[in-house]
Write a protein that binds this ligand. Structure first.
Ligand code: NAD
Ligand code: UDP
Ligand code: UDP
Length: 394
């Protein structure tokens, strides 16, 4: 009886029973919107591998069937071509709502569509969550901080966003999506999780995705100059999205009890908490921000191992774009050149998450240095496999 809630899925997890971590759990029915995209397809792999049934809902704007086709013969996998801007009727236990183009090139392509996806799409998925009593996870973004005036960004920072700029369809769209999620939580009791993800790269990114890591690699492969927008002094923190072979998951089960209690305001780490953590763990080599609905928030990131770039900076803490460029040169093309281009409008000058809470509350610290992720990992870009050799100079 004690273990019952987890055996019958998350719906009963609310009954308050304490469930030991690591207990074998019944598979859940999960919908992943945007599951044919870069991050979504890695999440789908993870959920399928742990025994859940997954319905991917995607309109294939930036996603590809190829990202999930290895599951086509699995009876626990289903793929639906659907635009989240339209209502959707499904019966599921959990909703991971990722559908939204993430690269500036793509989300600026049709800004009205982007904001509709963020607002109407999120509203529909929250309506679905409310109707079926499913828990809901929104992948939000570090972009909600806009061009941050506080650095590094803490969970409580409200951001500095231009509401009428060319990036607003995405960052204001995500801010509204967060608002909707919290309003459905407060007003309709929907259990929500919001993960604010910082810049992520890795296998299955489209080679023409438009974001900086894939751009530099693709440009070097095509013998084109690497395009640095603006003066190159802007900073970001990067995370590598782990593939299945990699096992850098955070050991949630090893959490000290006191920390586990802090985590859910007295709630044990059960049901969705566990799966949310697993989801977050898949991104955990990386910088990741998560807000739990009970005003608990964690942030997972590389400690001081961000990849910064600034062609002018050689300070010990900052990693320069020049170094990043150098890695691309050493691994792909030693003759790869740099070309400076005018920067895009409203480009955030700096971005870096503060991870103090994750350390304090979870005792968690990132273990995989970013340099290893970049240098040692396999970068698979649209059929290109790049084995990047170890390089201690990075
Ligand atoms: P992606 O473009 O690879 O994936 C987005 C997926 O959503 C694609 O499969 C696309 O076809 C689908 N989609 C877009 N609009 C849709 C719609 N109206 N209806 C149904 N499906 C739709 O991007 P990604 O990098 O995998 O990002 C996934 C999520 O993570 C997004 O919500 C994004 O905002 C968030 N995020 C990603 C990053 C990152 O660095 N990758 C950073 C912050 C936040
Ligand atoms: N919705 C959906 N699937 C569902 C339930 C709702 O797509 O299973 C959509 C619904 O069409 C509506 C939105 O979600 O546009 C919000 O639903 P909610 O019930 O919260 O609001 P209402 O329909 O009362 O405006
Ligand atoms: N950028 C660049 N060259 C490129 C693509 C991007 O210099 O070919 C810069 C961009 O101006 C921004 C940073 O790299 O300052 C990260 O851009 P990206 O599009 O990857 O993600 P963002 O953080 O803007 O969402």
């Amino acid at each position: 009886k004690y273990y019952e809630p987890l055996q019958v899925g998350f719906q009963s997890a609310n009954s308050g029973g304490k469930i030991p971590l690591g207990l074998k759990r019944k598979g859940l029915r999960i919908v992943v919107t945007g599951g044919a995209g870069f991050v979504g397809s890695h999440l789908v792999d993870r959920l399928i591998a742990r025994g859940d049934s997954v319905i991917v809902v995607d309109n294939f704007f930036t996603g590809r069937k190829e990202n999930v086709m290895h599951h086509f013969k699995n009876p626990r996998f289903e793929l639906i071509r659907h635009d989240v801007v339209e209502p959707l009727l499904l019966e599921v236990d959990q909703i991971y709502h990722l559908a939204c183009p993430a690269s500036p090139v793509h989300y600026k392509h049709n800004p009205v569509k982007t904001i509709k996806t963020n607002v109407v799409g999120t509203l529909n998925m929250l309506g679905l969550a409310k109707r079926v009593g499913a828990r809901f996870l929104l992948t939000s973004t570090s972009e909600v901080y806009g061009d941050p005036l506080q650095h590094p960004q803490v969970e409580t920072y409200w951001g500095n966003v231009n509401p009428i700029g060319v990036r607003s369809c995405y960052d204001e769209g995500k801010r509204t999506a967060e608002t909707l999620a919290m309003d459905y939580h407060r007003g309709a009791g929907v259990e929500v999780r919001i993960a604010r993800i910082f810049n992520t790269y890795g296998p299955r990114m489209c080679i023409d995705d438009g974001r900086v890591v894939s751009n530099f690699v693709a440009q070097a492969l095509r013998k084109e100059p690497m395009t640095v927008y603006g003066d190159g002094k802007q900073t970001r923190s990067f995370q590598f999205v782990s593939d299945l072979e990699n096992n850098f998951c955070f050991e949630w089960g090893a959490l000290p009890t006191s920390n586990a209690e802090n985590m859910g305001a007295g709630q044990p780490l059960i049901g969705f908490e566990l799966s949310a953590c697993e989801f977050l763990a898949r991104l955990s080599e990386c910088s990741l921000y998560a807000l739990w609905c009970r005003a608990f928030s964690i942030k997972i990131t590389y400690s001081d191992d961000y990849l910064y770039w600034s062609h002018a900076s050689v300070s010990s803490k900052l990693r320069s774009l020049h170094v990043f460029v150098q890695v691309v040169q050493e691994t792909i093309d030693p003759n790869a050149r740099i070309e400076f281009r005018p920067n895009t409008e409203d480009d955030p000058h700096k971005r870096k998450p503060d991870i103090t809470k994750a350390k304090d509350l979870l005792g968690w610290e990132p273990k995989i240095p970013l340099r290893k992720a970049i240098v040692l990992r396999l970068l698979k870009l649209a059929g290109y496999f790049l084995f990047l050799p170890d390089n201690e100079r990075l």
